[in-house]
Structure formats: C-alpha cells, structure tokens
Design a binder for this molecule. Structure first.
Ligand code: PGA
Length: 241
C-alpha cells in the first residue's frame, strides 16, 4: 500500500493558477468555515487573483474562512511592502470578504520570538488544525521558511535564512542588504498535520527541485521531500516559461 499523490501538470501559469484556485474554492464551498494555510511568494499570486475574481462574481464567500500564513520575516513592520502581512493584504485579504481578525500571520516584530512561536502553534491547535495548506517551494527545497537542515523542525520556530534564499528574495528588495536574515516559520509538524496539502511550482527553474522533492529520498536536506509521506498531497506545476 503506497501513499498516492495527485499530480497536476499545467500548460501555462494561467492554467496552473485556475486549477489551484479551483481546489481552494471547492474547499471553501464544501466547508465555509475552512482554516486555510496560505503562502506568499510569486507563484500563488495568480491563484489569489483568480479567487478574487470568483469572489467578485459572487461565486465565493470568505466570511467564515480563517487563514494562517506560513511565515513572516523578522524585523519588518507590517506596513513594509516586503512584509508577508502586507503581501497577503494586498494580494488577497483586502479584496475579498474575509474578516481581517480571522487572518493570521506570525508577528515578525515580536520582542519575545519564542513566545510568538508558541502562540502561533497554540493558535493552529485551537483552530482545530489546517484544512488545506498551500505551499510554494524554494529552489533549495524549502517549504515555508523550513530551510535545508539536518533535522525536520517540528513546531513554529525562528530560522536563519540560507544565502540561497536571501539571494532569491533579493529581487524584491532595494538591495540584498535589506533582505532580513531571520524569519519565523511554521514547522514541518504543522504543515504535515494539515488535512490537505497543495504544493505549487511555476517555471522551468523549479523542475529539478520538484523532481527531487517528490521522487527523491525523504530528507531534511530537501524539506519538501517530507510531503511524500502526506496522505493527501497534490503537486501542481507548470515548467513552461
Ligand atoms: P516563489 O517562491 O513562489 O516566488 O517561487 C517559493 C518559495 O520560495 O517558497
């Protein structure tokens, strides 16, 4: 008995976004009070645009939805346009009828980061866990900001970002020196406890890491590889640039 995964290969970014948005809408329609685990990065932007479009048409209702985001940079105020809270407000929350108080992103400005990590784990537990978790994948195989390591970190924790991640994310900042060096991220246990997981990747640059993650050995050196053990995993990608 093997664990199966669903693979969705899209012909272009638009199709990828529509398919991923369809899965998220089905989740909301079937369970209006879903807890959605959401992700930042460039890949989900098209998915969020599609969800907004369907909301505006009257096909989707976010009024009972709760969201928990995967991660946040340490040290960026929420008004900073590179903070993940800002990203979520701009790319989704401000355009649909989700209640702002039901949206959650780790607080990257918390003075006591350990207390913030515990609060976040407790919050997810109090919500009864995540119904559907959307994930991007970093070039180094990270999910959330779970960077390659010698162990899988379980709970929400503070990470030192790897040089590869800092470089990959520098494109969004004025200079590489402005990229925060630390972040707070949900751990592997919270991600693996989600009832459904959708891993998304776009562009030819992600082909090798997706192959490694879904067909290679399960190892903390490729954090996304743990998803092979998830009982309800969908991998949706488009490798055409
Ligand atoms: P991307 O980032 O969607 O911008 O490729 C994914 C990630 O680093 O998690």
């Amino acid at each position: 008995m093997g664990i199966e995964m669903n693979i969705i290969e899209a012909k272009d970014y638009k199709e990828l976004s529509r398919k991923v948005a369809s899965i998220i809408s089905a989740q909301i329609i079937l369970k209006p009070n879903s807890v959605l685990g959401l992700a930042t990065g460039s890949t989900p932007i098209g998915t969020y645009k599609q969800l907004i479009e369907w909301y505006k048409k009257g096909d989707l209702d976010f009024s009972k939805v709760t969201s928990v985001n995967l991660d946040e940079y340490c040290g960026l105020a929420i008004e900073n346009d590179q903070s993940y809270r800002y990203f979520m407000n701009q790319n989704l929350f401000n355009h649909v009828n989700i209640k702002m108080e039901n949206t959650n992103v780790p607080n990257g400005l918390a003075a006591d980061t350990e207390a913030e990590c515990n609060r976040y784990d407790q919050l997810i537990e109090n919500l009864g866990g995540i119904d559907l978790q959307l994930l991007g994948i970093g070039n180094n195989g990270h999910i959330g900001f779970n960077e390659p390591d010698v162990i899988f970190e379980k709970g929400t924790h503070v990470v030192e970002l790897k040089e590869t991640t800092i470089k990959a994310n520098a494109r969004f900042f004025e200079s590489i020196d402005d990229v925060p060096r630390k972040a707070i991220t949900m751990g592997i246990k919270s991600i693996m406890s989600a009832k459904k997981v959708i891993l998304v990747a776009n562009g030819s640059g992600k082909r090798d890491i997706i192959k490694k993650a879904i067909y290679g050995p399960v190892t903390p050196e490729v954090p996304a590889s743990i998803l092979q053990l998830h009982p309800d995993l969908t991998v949706a990608y488009c490798f055409n640039d």
